[in-house]
Design a protein around this ligand. Structure first.
Ligand SMILES: [Zn+2]
Length: 572
């Protein structure tokens, strides 16, 4: 491709609307263009990257036994009524009304459509298992589109759905899909970490996410230094510090004038935060819930939502708290009546706590569970902390941030039951099909690749997904020798099927080198009057500083070999 003809324009300045590194660099490199909030066009350079990612994913899905098909973006709303999932999606679901006043959904995902399709085809156990996938646009009305391609309203996704006669068969496919996903990321040159993920309140027993570790990631992750445990913070457990149980002391009221927060209470009474009990009030589907947790820990709202199996969970308003007769700042489970009380299991890992007294400016000392209060539910609802131990071994946890670039999920039977997707087993008994679902957002993976692979000059693409493999950069094109050599190298490389962006523009070396760095093409070849003095081409890797001179007659075969090795030796 000749740069002079390329539909693109590089920008020197950082566009003001760009809020993440990948957003800035993809805009500056002329790879994407925003059309509306969370809606983007891919320009030719960006589209080439996307197509390469797509092809790697397609090959690995085919290898794992997937069959590609194509489902429509327009879905009857009736399918979502039958599955019962539309309240969970809420306003994220794009809906439209057609001329006959029928409501249609712009597909945010395709479990409903494909389960309905499979229900019409599968009759007996002989028709299973099935692995069906597509690579297609999805629509989600995100409340806050951000980060360029990281959180958008229209995006391209690979979604594979698997259908099985029993759990063992689903487990087998789930493992195979995990291996296929690992291969996808390795081949893209993007090492991803697999973490345990939240599988939500509705059905589903197991779920994992693949994360690219990046300081700009919006998902918190904890990993164990000693074993393979890794989890999204939404789901992560930890070994909470335990404190020696002392003989229970009698309950004692203490005046605590204007003392409200846990920190203030702990300081005032002279105990560590882990010897206090914290009360937090939530509204779960409009029911007020009293949550009690040890004072050094925080409530994990994902765990709480799953425990309560509610659709909407939010902190209760001051008015709701007052209406229930609670004393904010001094609320207590002790003596509380008529409210659902949910406790974190940390209340059992200590004794003689300081808690509120349900009276203004008053707390209680010597609070012990279960002597002094009862709860309706007790479970782990705390946010894991890196300083706590690994829940699986005695190792230390450490935390990092990641960008989710894939999700695999054992769905089970709740959708097939709702949508009537059944099969006859060997004994002729009708049973619901067991399902799994496996997604990768392609644009997100592309953006995450940039978040993970860049420097202050621009993008550094891994070879396997780079828009072009070689940036051919002749300097002083007015010099006929330079022009002739550059054209010759260009033709020779193209004959070898090397993907070359030929910078045939009449620009200064500074402009050309800056664009080469910004676009992030892995190999740069510079031809100038100076390199031609020794009959050479200067070769430079984008990710390295050093350059080397290579004789003109050797450059084609060397480049060919370097590219082959770079793609073959993707990091694991
Ligand atoms: Zn561990």
């Amino acid at each position: 491709m000749r740069f002079s003809q390329l539909f693109s324009r590089t920008l020197k300045e950082i566009p003001s609307e760009a809020d993440t590194v990948s957003h800035q660099l993809l805009l500056r490199a002329g790879m994407i263009q925003q059309v509306a909030a969370g809606v983007y066009s891919y320009l030719p350079l960006g589209w080439r990257v996307l197509k390469k990612i797509e092809q790697i994913i397609r090959e690995e899905m085919d290898m794992a036994g997937g069959q590609e098909l194509m489902l429509p973006s327009l879905q009857p709303f009736e399918l979502w009524e039958r599955s019962g999932r539309y309240p969970a999606f809420g306003k994220t679901l794009f809906t439209i009304t057609d001329r006959r006043e029928h409501t249609l959904v712009l597909g945010p995902t395709h479990e409903e459509v494909i389960t309905d399709l499979v229900a019409r085809f599968v009759q007996s156990y002989r028709d299973l298992p099935l692995l069906l996938y597509q690579i297609q646009n999805k629509f989600r009305d995100e409340p806050r589109p951000r980060g360029g391609l990281l959180r958008v309203r229209e995006f391209i996704m690979k979604d594979l759905y698997s259908f099985h006669v029993d759990e063992a068969d689903l487990d087998r496919t789930y493992e195979e899909m995990i291996q296929a996903y690992r291969k996808v990321y390795t081949r893209c040159g993007l090492p991803a970490v697999m973490v345990e993920a939240d599988s939500g309140a509705i059905g589903g027993k197991e779920s994992h996410e693949f994360m690219l570790i990046a300081s700009t990631g919006e998902d918190g992750i904890v990993h164990c230094a000693d074993c393979s445990y890794a989890a999204n913070l939404e789901k992560a457990e930890s070994s909470k510090p335990k404190f020696e149980k002392k003989p229970p002391m009698p309950l004692e009221e203490i005046p605590t004038p204007n003392i409200k927060t846990i920190e203030e209470v702990a300081n005032f009474v002279g105990v560590p935060a882990n010897q206090t009990l914290k009360a937090v009030f939530y509204s779960a589907d409009d029911e007020l819930v009293f949550v009690v947790i040890r004072g050094d820990l925080e409530v994990n709202e994902t765990k709480l939502r799953n425990l309560l199996k509610c659709a909407e969970l939010r902190l209760a308003t001051e008015a709701e708290v007052n209406a229930a007769g609670l004393v904010a700042g001094a609320a207590s489970p002790v003596g509380l009546k008529g409210l659902k009380i949910v406790a974190d299991d940390s209340i059992t890992l200590g004794s003689n706590f300081v808690a509120g007294a349900n009276k203004p400016d008053t707390h209680l000392k010597g609070v012990n569970y279960p002597r002094d209060f009862e709860v309706n539910v007790i479970a782990d609802i705390a946010t894991a902390r890196a300083e706590d131990g690994c829940p699986r071994c005695s190792g230390n946890l450490f935390s990092s941030f990641g960008i989710e670039v894939g999700h695999v999920f054992k769905l089970g039977t709740f959708l097939s039951e709702k949508l009537g997707a059944t099969f006859l087993d060997k004994d002729g008994v009708s049973r619901p099909i067991i399902m799994g679902t496996y997604g990768i957002g392609l644009g997100r993976l592309l953006a995450a690749a940039v978040e993970q692979n860049h420097d202050d000059k621009g993008i550094i693409w891994p070879m396997s997904i780079a828009p072009y493999q070689v940036y051919l950069c002749p300097l002083r094109l007015e010099n006929p020798k330079v022009l002739k050599s550059a054209q010759k190298v260009y033709q020779q490389l193209m004959k070898k099927n090397v993907e070359v962006l030929f910078d045939d523009r009449d620009d200064s070396p500074g402009v050309k080198f800056n664009d080469a760095d910004l676009l992030g093409i892995p190999l740069r070849l510079t031809i100038s009057p100076r390199t031609l003095e020794s009959g050479s081409v200067e070769l430079k890797w984008r990710k390295e500083k050093k350059t080397e001179l290579v004789p003109l007659e050797e450059i084609t075969s060397l480049v060919h070999r370097l590219i082959r090795n770079a793609i073959k030796h993707s990091p694991d």
